[in-house]
Design a protein around this ligand. Structure first.
Ligand SMILES: [Zn+2]
Length: 354
């Protein structure tokens, strides 16, 4: 399947890029991360290591152990959102090796950064909400996330059971889809860049490190059943947090699900307008949420400027909003997370029925 093409870039996109460039020049700012981001990254990684060691080597009384497994899940998602995501986009630091290191954090947590870069940086960021191309829209037969997907009877209830499916994302990802991508060398319709020998070694090496850290060592330390319970709780918490944050940015009543023209394989809009029609912000005034999820609630800013660190999103969001207003282009946002969540549920209910 050939990748669809976008319409030629509009004057909106050129104008917007100019304004954002001016902002960084006038303020004399780098587009990458700053000290507070590095502090947050180190704090999250140290917190993860601390909770892991406490849980595995000094296992507390079970109610506290359950709580710690949930916190470990939250920290896993947090490192993904704040460290790996920026690193893999090359926006974490000006230094390439620091970005590489930040990106590799996902390998220790079980997933693989090489696969992620194709899935996320290429498939998702290029063809957002385009069925068969954006892999984030693919939840198998369990959920109908876009109108071009086939509807099954079970989807009538998807707005009630979707969280169950979201909760298995982590397990599905680290134990199944990563291997599927590796074997097929594809993410949805997008081929993966040819892997060098070192990439193969890294893939298998890190998968073994993950199996050792998250399965073998904890079973040896705490026994099979306590490990199983803890690992399940950890994985389910990670999966729910990641899925909800991803979905509230794209899969909503207000967002579009464009398809390329069947003859020309062309999408209706240019790339930037396509991003604005398929992406939404939520709860951008909530500073704590923005801090915890690495600015992924400023998803519009992220999709338009994925190479700019999320620490700059609150400031550039004003410029983007103003430019959209001037050009009459939608800028979709929900002031509170619960409104975005309600919109997601309504979208699922609608697609389950019609
Ligand atoms: Zn991204």
């Amino acid at each position: 399947m050939r990748p669809p093409r976008f319409n030629a870039a509009s004057s909106f996109h050129a104008d917007l890029k100019g304004r954002i460039k001016n902002y960084f020049t006038e303020k004399n700012l780098k587009t990458t991360g700053n000290f507070s981001l590095y502090f947050k990254a180190i704090a999250m990684v140290l917190a993860f290591i601390g909770v892991y060691i406490h849980l595995v080597f000094f296992t507390p009384f079970w109610p506290f152990a359950i709580l710690e497994a949930i916190i470990l899940g939250g920290l896993t998602a947090g490192i993904g959102f704040n460290v790996m995501h920026d690193g893999a986009h090359g926006s974490f630091s000006r230094k390439g090796w620091v970005n590489e290191l930040a990106g590799i954090s996902i390998n220790f947590l079980g997933a693989n950064v090489y696969m992620w870069k194709t899935k996320h940086n290429v498939a998702h960021h290029s063809f957002t909400n385009v069925d068969d191309h954006d892999d984030d829209l693919n939840a198998g037969a369990f959920l109908r996330l876009g109108p071009a997907q086939k509807r099954y009877k079970i989807h009538r209830f998807q707005h009630r059971y979707f969280l169950l499916i979201y909760s298995i994302l982590y397990f599905y990802w680290v134990f199944f889809t990563d291997y599927k991508k590796y074997v097929t060398q594809k993410v949805a319709a997008t081929p993966i860049k040819k892997m060098a020998l070192s990439d193969h070694v890294s893939f298998w090496g890190f998968k073994l490190v993950h199996l050792f850290l998250f399965i073998a060592l904890p079973i040896y330390m705490v026994g099979f059943l306590p490990w199983l319970l803890g690992f399940l709780i950890f994985g389910l918490a990670t999966g729910i947090i990641m899925s909800v944050v991803f979905q509230l940015a794209h899969v909503l009543e207000e967002t579009s699900f464009p398809l390329p023209d069947s003859l020309t394989n062309k999408l209706e809009d240019d790339w930037a307008i396509h991003q604005l029609k398929t992406t939404a912000n939520f709860a951008t005034k909530n500073k704590l949420l923005s801090w915890l999820i690495g600015g992924l609630n400023f998803q519009i800013e992220h999709h338009l400027f994925p190479n700019i660190s999320h620490i700059h999103y609150p400031a550039i969001s004003e410029i983007i909003k103003q430019t959209c207003r001037e050009y009459g282009i939608p800028y979709i946002e929900h002031p509170k997370m619960r409104y975005a969540f309600a919109s997601h549920v309504k979208h699922l209910r609608e697609l389950g029925r019609n």
